[in-house]
Design a protein around this ligand. Sequence first.
Ligand code: TYM
Length: 332
Amino acid sequence: MKRVLSGVRPTGIIHLGNYLGAIKQWVDGLEASKNQDNLFCIVDLHALTTLEDSENLRHNSYLMAATYLACGLSPEKCFIFRQSDVPAHTELAWIFSCITPMGWLNRMTQFKEKAGKNIESVCLGLYAYPVLMAADILLYKATHVPVGEDQKQHVELARDVAGMFNRRFAKDFFHLPEPVITGPATRIMSLRDGTSKMSKSDVSDYSRIHLTDDADTLARKIKKAKTDTDVIAASMALMENRPEARNLVNILAALTHKKPDAVCKAFEGKTFSVLKKALIEVLHETLLPMGEKIKHYMHDLFYLDHVLEKGAAHANDLAGQHMTQIKKSVGI
Ligand code: TYM
């Protein structure tokens, strides 16, 4: 049976990279899914690694549930749950910590980026983060993990941990989960610098689109987005060294379910102001209703609790079955 699992850290309102690189892929996958279990987690334990304030985290977890629903994840077709509502995530993370070589974690590029020069003072949780992520995935024996490109190394680590567990304790117990990283939006770049990723931590608000931006803000951000003075070429290959241009084409392609080359063809020879106008229209059509829905769900915490409880019940059930076997295998 195919089992899809993925998650987002609840650190505030998500940006267009999170939506196009991850959540939209999950929603599109649901449309096509039959005979498939779909689990979408709000990874609040991961958000603890950079906690600023606990009230905010509680609020942000609800905001993430509201966002998942507003983006089109139907609770009829999938399970939405909070990671901290399933204690087995941390239990399995400890077991995995005891079989994961430090050398594997030392290679994680995200840790190096996030820790930067503060390697001595960042918390252990940030370093051990990929082990908890491996537990998130393997606890459910997930087969497919749809994520943006920046998470590829972490999913590969989960595969390595699964292999290590199988060799040490129980042959073929875990299937190796597949990272699903497809389409034009696996790496959406900053609107201010086409060589760096659109990210929550960029100091400039103009570098990213938020799902709750209003119509004027969306238009202003796209108008201000960095481009070059050349016209749009006939294909992406002809714009190889124009990262900002490629990024805007990729965004429009992802939002309109087209191939980037088809977008290039449609706008060939035109200036970027023409493409930007089209992009603003599509962003208005797509994001404004989502922003409204997020607000709507945030006024109904009772409903959000209901969705999260249903998700947690399913997740705990599945996790419990697997943990019994895992504990037996390791001797506890
Ligand atoms: P997070 O919260 O940083 O990001 C959530 C998802 O958004 C994708 N993403 C992007 N995709 C395209 N372009 C971008 N600029 C961009 N920025 C972010 C990420 O790749 C991700 O898919 N460790 C994970 C959360 C996690 C997880 C898991 C994911 C914890 N456990 C288990 C899958 C399975 C993270 O920090 O994602």
